[in-house]
Write a protein that binds this ligand. Structure first.
Ligand SMILES: Nc1nc2c(ncn2[C@@H]2O[C@H](COP(=O)(O)OP(=O)(O)OP(=O)(O)O)[C@@H](O)[C@H]2O)c(=O)[nH]1
Ligand SMILES: [Mg+2]
Length: 226
């Protein structure tokens, strides 16, 4: 990943270290929402993890916070069925930020009614939440972008939310294929100027890319003056 100490960036700060500290602090599950009127009151900045079912959202959350089972993971797609909110940094109401584990999309084996209700919930959350500062869209590093991911990007483009792609399961991708996988994803993002122009390739198993992602979140907070 290139460094981006460009214009408007807080200078002279060690975001790797700030990110490490941020995620080493308190983190606790605070809220689950399965319908739009069930969202918690808005508070500190929120960042959400979205992506196809089974891509590794809950695992990534655990890796970031260095917990084994903060967010529930599963081999069976469709494990996370609500928007799960986690407070990071301190106990509410003094938490620094919130992390949101989202239900996966693109999973065919769930009932149509259920898919419709999750989609509605996700749409209204993504569109109506002024404290939502970034969505990390996870993409399975073994497979790259799928059509449903493009649909998600379109939704995010019209929601005016900043988003970035995070590739997952790097430990299952051959070293020789990493660069071409990233290049292919960047190609697919070309039609989405709202997307952050960098991709982070992570593994929740080996921890690769995790410090970079933490640093990105710390940088985001700094850009907001927090
Ligand atoms: N090898 C490898 N497997 C991973 C990694 N991250 C997640 N997995 C596996 O992928 C499966 C799904 O992981 P989850 O974290 O539950 O995925 P999710 O995106 O939260 O899934 P839903 O909640 O169903 O949408 C589990 O079997 C994980 O062990 C990774 O970095 N490497
Ligand atoms: Mg999950």
């Amino acid at each position: 990943m290139q460094d981006r100490d460009g214009e408007g960036e807080p200078q002279g700060r060690d975001f790797a270290e700030e990110g490490r500290k941020l995620f080493a602090g308190h983190c606790d599950f605070i809220w689950a929402a399965d319908k739009i009127d069930g969202l918690p009151p808005m508070g500190p900045p929120e960042i959400a993890f979205a992506g196809r079912s089974n891509v590794g959202k809950s695992s990534l959350l655990n890796a970031l916070t260095n917990r084994k089972a903060l967010a529930r993971t599963s081999h069976t797609p469709g494990r996370t069925q609500q928007l799960n909110f986690f407070a990071l940094g301190a106990e509410p109401p003094n938490e620094r930020m919130r992390l949101i584990d989202m239900p996966g999309y693109g999973y065919a084996a769930v009932s149509k009614t259920k898919i419709e209700s999750w989609t509605k919930l996700m749409r209204s959350y993504l569109r109506g939440r002024s404290t939502l500062k970034r969505v990390y869209v996870l993409v399975d590093g073994r497979h790259g972008l799928k059509d449903v991911d493009q649909e998600m990007f379109k939704l995010l483009d019209t929601s005016a939310v900043s988003y970035q792609i995070v590739l997952t399961k790097r430990d299952e991708v051959k070293k020789s294929e990493v660069e071409s996988r990233i290049a292919k994803v960047l190609e697919g993002l070309a039609k989405h100027p709202a997307a952050h122009p960098e991709v982070i390739f992570t593994s929740s198993q080996t921890g690769e890319g995790i410090p970079e992602l933490r640093a990105g979140v710390a940088r985001l907070l700094a850009q907001m003056g927090m």
